[in-house]
Design a protein around this ligand. Structure first.
Ligand code: SDX
Length: 444
């Protein structure tokens, strides 16, 4: 880029280059768009029309895929805002359903606004009775994320009155159904895996409390959810609700851009979240800590994480955006001590091991130079385990929380007048034109 200058509307970037094709050097003026916070963007929508060139950005490290008002992240300063509110304040003072309302509607609700929303979520928490049959088709040892992908996608086979994405009323009903039913579907996946009967949601319980009730109660005895655990879970759900254009959210947006129904889009998001580089990391962190086993083995694993020839990575460390502490990890770290203390797990060996691993890694020149800090997944699994939740359910709970962010982002995309189907291009490095040859003429 040779210069930036202003025209009558906005600042322009003047780009001159020689693309190595006939026609010699090219010049193009790209509008520079500035948001409320964060980096400016070069508007390249006309780049191909004007130059015949694409941009190239595998992994989208330097690409803004959309305009959004929902979440802002400053990776250098470790800042995370939802509709302008710091995550630390929301985690401390709000509730998950209130944050869900904020993400979807853009403002914190008044009591008059929140009450019908809360009531709607409560009344949509039951699943169509026939969906129970889906579970018996899975093996008992199926990973619950496999069940989540299947059952959430199947919701579109049952709720035909909320599939028309062009109808705001149907979008709202589908959104409330998804927020309300995710905990029920998740708890049923857990019950199925341990051979216990499904438990129905209870309308008098709060969102997090109801999930824990459906996870741990049985028909044989009354069950009261531990308020410490319920409060901690509600806070964890807030911390996982939304996170700008991460891989699973971008998957939901891309699926939604084709006009797919909301249930199919959320199933696509769940599938993407499952990956160990993304939402599957919380389960992987716990497996890693158990594999390390003792603090004497930490150096061995730190060295493996630094070894280019070893595919091992320190799970729960590093982030595409945060090159400082993930603010959610800081809140979770504090919550870890509080919850384990309140639950009588002060001397949790896994927590001690995690603290020692974090200390050693943060003092290691490799991690310092590459700005690798603990992320949201590093501590969450330790709290979940202390709550009695099996590690196979960790990413499922991440999906329950992130459904709210996926829905808010999906709604924003549908309502964006400039929205069109997402269709990236490529840098083609394959064969040039060639013609079919029969077997007899092919050489080995
Ligand atoms: C989530 O995007 C989001 O917002 C995601 C999320 C959300 O809320 O939606 O925040 C949730 O997914 C958190 C991340 C959970 N994943 C993990 O904890 C898995 C371990 N972390 C890594 O796989 C990695 O850090 C990623 C995938 C999270 C980020 O990878 P990037 O952005 O592609 O970074 P990179 O792979 O280019 O890493 C830069 C360098 C590389 O070394 P070089 O090639 O430059 O020599 O840092 C190294 C990497 O090898 N590196 C690590 C490392 N993470 C990065 N080395 C050792 N251990 C690690 N964990």
């Amino acid at each position: 880029m040779t210069s930036r200058f202003l025209d009558e509307d906005h600042e322009l970037a003047h780009l001159e280059f020689t693309p190595g094709q006939p026609g010699g050097s090219q010049a193009v003026n790209l509008p520079i768009l500035q948001g409320t916070l964060g980096p400016s963007v070069l508007d390249i929508r006309q780049l191909y029309n004007e130059t015949g060139c694409f941009t190239y950005d595998p992994g989208y490290t330097s690409t803004a895929s959309c305009e959004s008002k929902i979440t802002f992240i400053d990776g250098e300063k470790g800042i995370l805002l939802h509709r302008g509110y710091p995550i630390e304040e929301l985690a401390e003072k709000s509730t998950f359903l209130e944050v869900a309302y904020l993400l979807m509607e853009g403002e914190l609700p008044t009591h008059k606004e929140f009450q019908p929303f809360d009531q709607s979520i409560t009344l949509h928490s039951m699943l169509h009775e026939q969906l129970r049959n889906f579970y018996s088709g899975f093996r008992r040892d199926a990973h619950p994320m496999a069940i989540m992908v299947g059952v959430v996608g199947a919701l579109s086979a049952f709720y035909h009155d909320s599939l028309d994405i062009r109808d705001p009323q149907q979008r709202m009903i589908a959104s409330h159904r998804l927020i309300a039913k995710m905990p029920t579907i998740a708890a049923m996946a857990y019950k199925y895996s341990i051979g216990q009967p499904f438990m129905y949601p209870q309308n008098h319980l709060g969102y997090a409390e109801n999930f824990l009730y459906m996870m741990f109660s049985t028909p044989t005895a009354p069950y009261v959810v531990n308020p410490i655990v319920a409060n901690a879970l509600d806070k964890i759900l807030i911390l996982h609700a939304d996170h700008e254009q991460n891989a699973s959210t971008s998957t939901v947006r891309l699926a939604g851009s084709s006009g797919a129904n909301p249930f199919a889009c959320m199933a696509a998001g769940i599938a993407c979240l499952w990956g160990p580089a993304h939402g599957g990391a919380n389960e992987a962190v716990l497996n890693m800590l158990k594999e390390i086993g003792h603090k004497d083995r930490i150096p061995e694993f730190i060295n493996r994480a630094k070894d280019k020839d070893d595919s091992f990575r320190l799970m729960g460390f590093g982030h595409r955006v945060y090159k400082h502490y993930d603010p959610r990890a800081s809140v979770l770290r504090k919550a870890c001590y509080e919850v384990l203390g309140e639950l009588g797990h002060q001397r949790d060996p896994l927590l001690d091991l995690a603290k020692e691993l974090e200390k050693i890694a943060l003092e290691d020149p490799y991690f310092i130079e590459k700005k690798l800090y603990p992320n949201v997944d590093f501590y969450s699994g330790i709290i979940f385990q202390a709550m009695g939740i099996p590690s196979s359910m960790f990413t499922v709970i991440f999906a329950v929380a992130r459904t709210v962010g996926w829905i808010a982002q999906w709604m924003e995309m549908i309502e964006d007048p400039s929205q069109k189907i997402g269709r990236p291009r490529q840098l083609y490095t394959g064969h040039n034109l060639r013609h079919y040859s029969p077997f007899s003429e092919r050489k080995p």
